[in-house]
Design a protein around this ligand. Structure first.
Ligand code: PRP
Length: 190
């Protein structure tokens, strides 16, 4: 639990990607996706909760093709900054994706374990197509190779928060991607 007198902005060491840069890149991704799906009226975006909620909200507003939205809850990190390597589905889709064009919307690919697991689970449900868009990619951390079709930004191996990404469930509301001060990790004793 974070102290209630605490200002979130005091915990930020640096802003890695500011709001304007994020929004511009998301618009570019949306234009590419709009173009790639121009031949179909069937597109289902699957938002991977919780981290991708803010990215989805902006991406969907910039897409110019008809599409549906659904949500999956996947948890791999718990309260730590490191992946536990264990991926769990905590919320599943409430529809059949057989024969659908599915686009997984993720906030970040780190070890690749979450997307690898999710991709295999969803492919087993026989979609017509399955692609992945990830706002952030930390290539230095990859343990499992996953084909990502659309990537917003490649970022260095820093623990980032904001724009949907959390540390101990906090900081998701920041409108930019930021690097936390190292003392914040010590305070929260992960
Ligand atoms: C984060 C992130 C990805 C995953 C990426 O989710 O949203 O889903 O970790 O890491 P990986 O490539 O090493 O698997 P997290 O489990 O922290 O849950 P959250 O989205 O609810 O914050």
């Amino acid at each position: 639990m974070i102290n209630s007198s605490h200002n979130l902005h005091d915990d930020i060491a640096d802003i890695l990607i500011d709001e304007k840069t994020l929004q511009a890149r998301i618009r570019e991704l949306a234009h590419r996706i709009t173009d790639d799906y121009r031949h179909t009226d069937d597109l289902l975006l699957i938002c991977v909760l919780k981290g991708a909620f803010m990215f989805l909200a902006d991406l969907t507003r910039d897409l110019e093709r008809p599409h549906e939205l659904d949500f999956m809850g996947v948890s791999s990190y718990g309260a730590s900054t490191e992946s536990s390597g264990v991926v769990r589905i905590v919320l599943d889709l409430n529809q059949d994706i057989g024969g659908r064009n599915v686009l997984i919307v993720e906030d970040i690919i780190d070890s690749g374990r979450t997307l690898d697991y999710l991709r295999r689970i969803l492919l087993a449900r026989s979609p017509a197509s399955l692609r992945i868009v990830s706002l952030l990619d930390k290539p230095d951390r990859r343990e499992v190779d996953v084909p990502v079709d659309y990537t917003g930004f490649h970022i260095p191996n820093e623990f980032v928060v904001g724009y949907g990404l959390d540390f101990g469930e906090i900081y998701r509301n920041l409108p930019f991607i930021a690097i936390l001060k190292s003392e914040v990790f010590a305070h929260l004793n992960t």
